[in-house]
Design a binder for this molecule. Structure first.
Ligand code: CA
Length: 233
């Protein structure tokens, strides 16, 4: 039995059935809510490990549901949105969602997102306030303020190092352009997003080119970036 308890928030019965059937088939435990009010109550009373949250709910905006839950809980939230709700998706990530699925999605995508979240939770529980971050070949020594790829020290500019640390500290989570620029520059102007793109491109070249096959940083076009936990072959 999978110990994970998932709260499924979805008002559309066919989508909800697809999700719950998939969860059942993979031994996840779950509860369901068909509107925002019930979702907030369920989150408070059942303390789920993950919340799958549809953004278009009949009584309340999904983003509002996240804001309310974030008042007391850090539970990972994966939002489900229609493609037409791209800006809602970004708002949801800014409000504290961890990841997203875009409708229509496949069973495989749903399961993959849940696995990413499970890995992220395991990582968070295992790491705490560690002085050294390790992900595949990448090692960040926070105390020394430097990063290594294998045995080689990476030559990063201060900005690239800050970006790398920010992504590492949020491994598994999609960070929006706004979140990153506010964390790094304290502002979010169009020009900052442009600069961010340039810094990320050079950081990725330094990080991913020498290590060959490993992809550490995912680009989410129009949304942001995510550091992934790489699995060593
Ligand atoms: Ca809906």
């Amino acid at each position: 039995m999978n110990k994970f308890q998932i709260l499924v928030v979805e008002d559309d019965p066919p989508v909800r059935n697809l999700i719950t059937t998939t969860l059942k088939a993979h031994d996840y435990r779950f509860t369901v809510a068909a509107n925002g009010k019930t979702a907030v109550m369920e989150a408070a009373s059942h303390n789920p490990d993950v919340i799958l949250l549809d953004l278009g709910l009949p009584d309340m905006d999904g983003v509002e549901v996240i804001r309310r839950i974030r008042n007391w809980s850090h539970v990972p939230v994966i939002v489900i949105s229609a493609r037409s709700e791209d800006s809602d998706k970004i708002d949801a990530l800014d409000a504290g969602a961890d990841d997203y699925l875009t409708k229509p999605f496949s069973v495989e995508e749903l399961l993959a997102r849940l696995r990413v979240t499970q890995r992220r939770l395991a990582l968070m529980q295992g790491s705490g306030q560690q002085a050294v971050y390790v992900n595949g070949q990448l090692r960040i020594d926070y105390a020394a303020g430097c990063a290594f790829l294998g045995e080689e020290e990476m030559h990063l500019t201060p900005m690239e190092y800050r970006l790398l640390c920010l992504l590492a500290q949020n491994t598994g989570k999609v960070l929006t352009h706004k979140f990153i620029t506010q964390s790094v520059w304290g502002s979010c102007w169009e020009k900052d997003v442009g600069s961010l793109r340039v810094f990320m491109a050079t950081l990725r070249r330094k990080l991913e080119k020498p290590s060959g096959s490993h992809q550490y940083i995912q680009t989410h076009i129009g949304v942001g970036y995510r550091m992934v936990k790489v699995t060593e072959e």
